[in-house]
Design a protein around this ligand. Sequence first.
Ligand SMILES: [Zn+2]
Length: 64
Amino acid sequence: MAKAKGVRIIVTLECTECRSNPDKRSPGVSRYTSTKNRRNTTARLELKKFCTHCNKHTVHKEIK
Ligand SMILES: [Zn+2]
């Protein structure tokens, strides 16, 4: 492993619409993993990703 000071950490992104939309085509929640720089990105990470459950691009938010 590289120098472990933990500036870049692995985060899990989860579809925000899967949680609020009951009419989606299949059950489950879309999840992606990514990394972020903790020093530059202190807030929760948000990315637009394709959700296979909603069948469209949605905002995926960092979860803990
Ligand atoms: Zn979704």
